[in-house]
Write a protein of this length. Sequence first.
Length: 305
Amino acid sequence: MKKEFVSNEASEKSDKRFTKQGKIIISLIVVVIIAVFVLIGVVLTKDGESHDESRSEPQTTKTSEKAQSEQVKAPVIDLATIGMNTVHEAPVPDPPDAWGDYSLSDHWAGQLRVFNHSDQPSEPQGKDGANWVSSANGCGSVTYLITFKAVNEKAKLHAQLANFPGETVSEGTMRDGWMLFTNCITPGFSLKEISGASTLSDVAYDVYEYTQSSVAQPVGTPAASSLPEESSYEAPVAEPTFVECVDGLTTMAIFSDGSQRPSDRCVEQHQQALKGERWCGGMYAPPEADHDEFVALCGREPLYE
């Protein structure tokens, strides 16, 4: 009996020892599992952050590129080197306050509408919303810089400049561009082509008016009289001389310095050109037309009604 009791007691102690060891093992397993889950969570979090950074970097680059492109300024174009009465495609120049012998005197903006299959060009508005008015005299005393753009991205405009008799002197097809011309020219826009279902487009434009001003300093001004004695005398600068009239359609003349300006010597030729437009444009000669003058001007015998 005593041996059995001792045996049972030893068995109970052994069971308790194994039970305690089992609890320790289970606890260790739980700790390991928790550690594994924590490690997985940390790895996934870092991986997600790296993916977010990689996704955000291109977007930042694109945003910065867009900002840089928006900050690109208009090109600097010396209008004094540009031919007068001409139409140009973009890029559009930044309008200067002055160029050559001209100073900015006014500016206005507006919109006009052009339609598909319309042969008649639409003219921008003049000052204060009035109709555009061109002149037949004093050509070049005022010049205009117009920048324009079709509002519809799928539209292409036909931009043109016409002289006083209505003849096209310059034209071009583009979505946006600019034109430089004198006060004897009329600008116009029409819709050249458009894709999609739309049949019209608005044209946004800005008009910059420049007035001719004298940049030469007259003799005897304070600036001239304040020169040092050794250089107080300077030979007067020779005024440019008349070379020829540009054409009979205007009073503009070419001078020896290469400039173009109105000249009284071209008035008679201009008047003859206007008379030729009236006399020679139709089948019949006007009643007041002299026979010999009509033949000399039109190159044919007059036919009176």
